[in-house]
Design a protein around this ligand. Sequence first.
Ligand code: ARG
Length: 561
Amino acid sequence: MDFKHEVVELIKTQVDLPEDKIDALIERPKNAKMGDYAFPCFVLAKTLHKNPAEIAKEIAEKLSSDNFASIQAVGPYVNFSINHEKLVSSTLKDVLSEGEHYGDQELGHGNVPIDMSSPNIAKPMSMGHLRSTVIGNSIAKTMQKVGYTPIKINYLGDYGTQFGKLIAAYKHWGNEEDVKKDPIMSLFKYYVKFHEEAEKDPELDDEGRAWFKKLEDGDPEATKLWTWFREVSLKDFNRIYKELGVTFDSYNGEAFFNDKMQPVIDELKEKGLLHESRGAQVVDMGEDENPAIIVKSDGTSIYLTRDLAAAEWRMKEYDFTKMIYVVGNEQAQHFVELKTVLKKMGYDWADEIYHVPFGLITQGGKKLSTRKGNVVFLDQVLKDAVSLAKKQIEEKNPDLADQDQVAHDVGVGAVIFHDLKNDRLDNFDFDLEEVVRFEGDTGPYVQYTNARAQSVLRKAAAMGKEPSKTDFALDDEWAFAVAKDLADFPRIIARSADKFEPSVIAKFSLDLAKKFNKYYANVKILTDDEKIGARLALVKATSIVLTEALRLLGVNAPKEM
Ligand code: ARG
């Protein structure tokens, strides 16, 4: 039940204001003792020619409802205190009857392309790409939960001058066997060596440029190598995606838009937006801003032009309602330019393009950089996380069946959860030991709490006890705290979807886990009395919501661990 809605309905019977206006006016008193909702009467003073306190008193006197323990005037406010038993029983009833669909809602509809992950081929996937992958994946699941149709696009960085350098490097030091054995590591080694050698011998750079030119002109050897590099890189990336449990609907990367840029350049010209500046073709961004470069002075097109082509193509292909780019904050200016140019081209749908930025991951306080070879290899991180999880499971629950699967869910889940629990714009330091802890604000803690709930249900079943389907009346404060969180879940999902912010759900799951553990510590759930069915209903509802919250984050919830 939506208690706020009940408040609106009650106020509506006494006050001549439209429903949405009432809804917007309702406040949540800071001090819960004052009530759970408050309606301020100031706006009515003018029309009723009375002071607000008087009005509040009159309204409060006329209202009564089973759903509220009290409805009272406090100064100029009408305060509503929720009937605790009502909240507990109506919430448990909703969660148990709707199951995993609890919290489903219709906030919007239509296609929503999500540009996410998008690593550069022949290079190790960075922590930034990991962030983009898991944030994008969670946003996709959340958007789906609230009615949209997400389309997960991996806009691979599979084109650019660096591939000329890579081909040159391969021709010098490459070895087919090595690339086959360990594609990204080998290709990356050549690439790093190229940069080292080029510092001593600038002619190498010319070679790189020449190979890129060949690639652009469709030279068979260059094309064959490039295709091969792309293929083996993607195979490597897919290993990581499989570990993370992330899939994509499209891998149309930068190369896919090679032949789609000229039409955009022509269109810009036709619309009179393009002009020359220092040999380059640019679009003006306004008075104090640098212009956006569309064609460089050497005639090559750039990142922005490609993204313009991609955006137009996606609009034609998907007719999207919104489009989301999950890309690091350091590219913020790029997306401002993208939106501005599209707007200038007369595309109002540019208003529905959202850059969803995120902060940096550091290690030992230091920035990670692919260029300098100072990288973290993600498959290694995931492997280490899984073996750390496995060690803890062996200590805590040596008889557990399916240990490898659970260790995988916990280890990988820990890395994902750690990434999602902070506001996405926050920078954070990566410390694996901390990530995989079973206590504190970690994924394993939430998973462990859910497994604990499941274990209670198993023990109850062994006693022949089931969660009640009709009696949910619990009046202790710990049950109320849990139920209040459960009742909030639909609103939490809506907020997370609205802000493209998975941390809202992650923080909620930590809070619910804590409230449930307090309940578990203070109440004897399995005592065989007339309330055992209601208590088990609370346990089951908690497990349903924790499992669904974790699912929305892209984290599995083992039933035992
Ligand atoms: N490949 C780029 C990088 O690694 C990210 C691409 C982001 N998406 C986009 N449409 N520009 O920096």
